[in-house]
Design a protein around this ligand. Structure first.
Ligand code: SF4
Ligand code: SF4
Length: 187
């Protein structure tokens, strides 16, 4: 996706990045560690792991100055993990709305670039991956929330649970989740 290519502003310092189970699995599979944390959330959405009535999600670690831990001055698109970046980053600033590619509401785009029809078309594949991965994430969360772990588990169990679930799903569901590692383009 070319929309952000050549932009001298990095939006990577403007967001907290939510991570799906597939993001954790794919980035970890590249041998990268220590890039996420489990945090308690207020939202109570269907993307949150429930433990004794509290909600938890996975977020990208931030640098001390507030930017994403993978922000680099000298990397392609400014991203140190471009080939396996989270699906929300690969699709940014586009999202899926019922299968339609749309611009994120409330996006940060200080450059005020206006996407062309070609930008929307180029975003289609990344948005499709985003949609599939978060649908899978919700199923994994749902499995957790329906089992004994939501009563007797603790937050540190969420990452290993995700890895086991992803191994199972990756074999069984054949969703092509490793295609992220082969991606040539993105934000
Ligand atoms: S993972 Fe890469 S694209 Fe995503 S916020 Fe971090 S530096 Fe930016
Ligand atoms: S969203 Fe706008 S400001 Fe941010 S990187 Fe893309 S073009 Fe630049």
């Amino acid at each position: 996706m070319e929309f952000c290519r050549g932009c001298d502003y990095s939006c990577c310092g403007s967001y907290s990045i939510p991570l799906s189970a597939a993001d954790i699995f794919v980035i970890s599979s590249e041998g990268i560690n220590d890039f996420y944390y489990v945090c308690e959330k207020e939202c109570g959405s269907d993307t949150c792991f429930n433990i004794r009535g509290k909600c938890y999600g996975l977020m990208m670690k931030m640098r001390i100055d507030g930017g994403c831990v993978f922000m680099r001055d000298n990397a392609e698109y400014g991203c140190g993990i471009h080939a396996c970046k989270p699906s929300v980053c690969a699709a940014y600033p586009f999202v899926s709305n019922g299968g339609t590619v749309e611009l994120m509401e409330n996006r940060v785009c200080p450059k005020r670039r206006i996407p062309t029809q070609k930008d929307f078309e180029e975003a289609r594949e990344a948005v499709q991956v985003l949609r599939e991965e978060w649908a899978l994430h919700k199923r994994i969360v749902d499995n957790w929330n329906k089992c004994f772990l939501s009563r007797y588990g603790w937050p540190a169990l969420i990452p290993p649970y995700i890895m086991v679930q992803m191994l199972i799903w990756n074999v069984a569901a054949r969703l092509g989740l490793f295609s992220k590692g082969k991606k040539q383009d993105g934000q």
